[in-house]
Write a protein that binds this ligand. Structure first.
Ligand code: 13P
Length: 264
């Protein structure tokens, strides 16, 4: 069965005290969800993945130690195994610190740090080699959407960044569709827009790897997803959860988004 995930990308936000307080609050909220009347054996809570800044990863991991269903990942990784790359962090380090996931190809990395598809392919290779689950982001910019080239843009990003993998590697990967015009803008893709792109992505996976791989692929939506619109987005058949930015910094909003996925 396809995994359903709610992930929180904290980006470059929060002091350590704030991050610990948020994690603590989240723990209480998740416990409350688990204990609530809707909890059922055959409907477990969706997986939750938190992406704090690197320096907080071990602290957040400690906080959730022994806690089922909550994972911690990094927002980026370097494309080399190790070496003279001052200020950079390798997949091997992230994994050995206990994290399980890594975001690769976020649009902020693509646009602000010039990360291109070839580099992102190298990052996903490193991540997989070291046992991390890549959460590979794709998505078009506003002019591309307006010009009607959005399907082609996403196709190229996936073909170049991801489809070098074999089937077993792809099975360990998550895709996140994040239209750039929806990130941090308060403008969300409509449920129809999200669904048609997710269906397109699933079809691409099917065309390259076959139906079973496509059927099992988790595809998250990201871009101004919040407690109000999550249910509508998650009701779409090809939307398997969310990669949440701003709303993941508020425990109440984030837990309501988890609840939306759980009850949809
Ligand atoms: P917002 O939810 O703040 O739009 O950010 C989405 C995002 O970039 C998640 O990676």
């Amino acid at each position: 069965m396809r995994k359903r995930i709610v992930a929180g990308n904290w980006k470059m936000n929060l002091s350590l005290d704030e991050a610990m307080a948020l994690a603590n609050e989240l723990k209480v909220k998740i416990d409350a969800l688990r204990g609530s009347a809707v909890a059922e054996e055959d409907n477990p809570l969706p997986e939750v993945v938190l992406f704090p800044p690197y320096v907080y990863i071990t602290r957040i991991l400690d906080m959730f130690s022994g806690y089922k269903g909550v994972w911690v990942g990094s927002q980026n990784c370097h494309h080399e195994e190790q070496g003279a790359y001052t200020g950079e962090v390798a997949s091997l380090m992230i994994r050995s610190a206990g994290a399980s996931h890594v975001i690769i190809g976020h649009s902020e990395r693509r646009s602000q740090f010039g990360e291109d598809d070839a580099l992102l392919a190298r990052k996903t290779k490193q991540a997989l080699k070291n046992g991390l689950t890549p959460v590979f982001c794709c998505g078009e910019m506003l002019p591309e959407r307006e010009a009607g080239t959005h399907f082609g843009v996403v196709t190229e990003q996936l073909k170049n960044g991801l489809f070098w993998m074999d089937e077993s590697q792809l099975a360990k990967t998550v895709i996140a569709y994040e239209p750039v015009w929806a990130i941090g803008t308060g403008v969300t893709a409509s449920p129809d827009q999200a669904q048609e792109m997710h269906a397109h992505i699933r079809k691409l996976v099917a065309g390259t790897y076959g139906e079973p791989s496509a059927e099992n692929m988790t595809i998250l939506y990201g871009g101004s997803c919040n407690a109000k619109n999550a249910t509508d987005l998650f009701s779409q058949p090809d939307v398997d959860g969310g990669l949440i930015g701003g709303a993941s910094l508020k425990a109440d909003d984030f837990s309501r988004i988890i609840q939306s996925l759980w009850t949809t």
